[in-house]
Design a protein around this ligand. Structure first.
Ligand code: AHR
Length: 331
């Protein structure tokens, strides 16, 4: 199944090559028709957010022995060099597939080239890579971060209109994710382009909170010291928004009322905070990629083809629908 001489750049050809070879040794499909175990190395970003924990759980509960897999999981602690090291370990261990959620977009060519030379297909999940030659990876599945950013500003425009505030001048702050990650790049672009279309919005500052609650709180504390009149805060993930909520409360203001809070991910705790009126809007980012990657691998193993790029559908939630939606939410 593995050991394709080199990726061809065509998914169809890769799929045919995948289907045409089979792994030798005790794990191969035996004479009695035992199923082959597929070894998958997952180079995970880290454990920086509740979204990330749900994503890890999705992989661990999908890539099980019962489902025909051996999963080798690596937590890179938000460091690209750790992810590259993990990928090299996976290559050394001769895994059947490498799955990677890249911390940042750039800097992957060398290690992808090594995987290609070893004939190991690389599947990207969650965040994207920017590479000169996209035949270096097989395919990608994840959320549309640019659209998420755009949706957040569309929500703000509608909200202000509904509340008769659409002619107000508003001071806006942006707490960004890990700089250089496709989640940050896409959301920042969507948000800033959306804000620039309306002269009532004044973007005071943007700063990274590295997708963690502690850093989000720290950044919000410093914003509160620098600016007296803050109307809107965008936080590029839930956890940073929770940190911002704590900072705003500690400063004696009411999050969700004195300051409109908009964030991304939409995990359970954010629904609780929307129901409590502390967060106004959450744009969904779906972390349940385990079954999606499983389905890609099963398709390839069966000799089928997969889409190079597959976006997941995602919604927008707010105080108005949080209570009704919470029971339907899986993370
Ligand atoms: O790449 C997805 C982002 O990474 C999520 O928004 C964030 O919570 C996570 O850490």
């Amino acid at each position: 199944m593995k050991k394709i001489a080199a990726f061809t750049g065509s998914i169809l050809m890769v799929a045919l090559a995948l289907a045409g070879c089979s792994k030798k040794g005790p794990e191969a499909k035996g004479a009695k028709g035992d199923k082959k175990v597929i070894t998958v190395g997952y180079a995970q970003v880290g454990a920086e957010s509740d979204w990330r924990l749900a994503n890890t759980e999705s992989f661990k509960s999908t890539f099980t022995a019962e489902n025909g897999y051996k999963l080798i999981f690596d937590d890179a602690q938000q460091k690209q060099e750790n992810q590259i090291k993990a990928m090299r370990n996976f290559i050394q261990q001769d895994v059947d597939y490498i799955v990677v959620a890249p911390v940042v977009e750039t800097g992957w060519e060398t290690v992808l080239g090594e995987a290609k030379a070893a004939g190991i297909p690389v599947i990207l999940s969650d965040r994207q890579m920017k590479v000169s030659d996209d035949s270096l990876y097989l395919c990608w599945v994840g959320g549309n971060f640019l659209k998420e950013g755009r949706d957040s500003v569309i929500w703000l425009n509608d909200y202000l209109k509904k509340n008769g505030r659409d002619s107000e001048k508003l001071n806006v702050l942006l707490i960004q994710g890990t700089i250089g990650s496709s989640a940050q790049v896409g959301r920042t672009q969507g948000i800033t382009e959306g804000l620039a279309k309306n002269l009532n919005y004044n973007l005071l500052a943007k700063q990274t909170g590295e997708f963690t609650q502690a850093k989000g709180q720290e950044v919000m504390e410093s914003f509160l010291k620098q600016y007296d009149d803050i109307d809107v805060v965008f936080a590029e993930n839930d956890n940073m928004a929770w940190g911002a909520v704590d900072a705003i409360k500690a400063a004696g203001k009411q999050p969700g009322k004195d300051i409109i809070i908009i964030c991304f991910d939409a995990v359970h705790e954010t629904f609780n905070k929307m129901m409590a009126g502390e967060i106004n809007c959450a744009v969904e980012c779906n972390p349940l990629h385990g079954p999606r990657v499983d389905s890609i691998i099963k398709t390839l193993e069966a000799g089928g083809t997969v889409d190079k790029i597959a976006y997941v559908d995602e919604g927008v939630f707010d105080e108005a629908n949080a209570e009704a939606m919470l029971p339907t939410r899986k993370y």
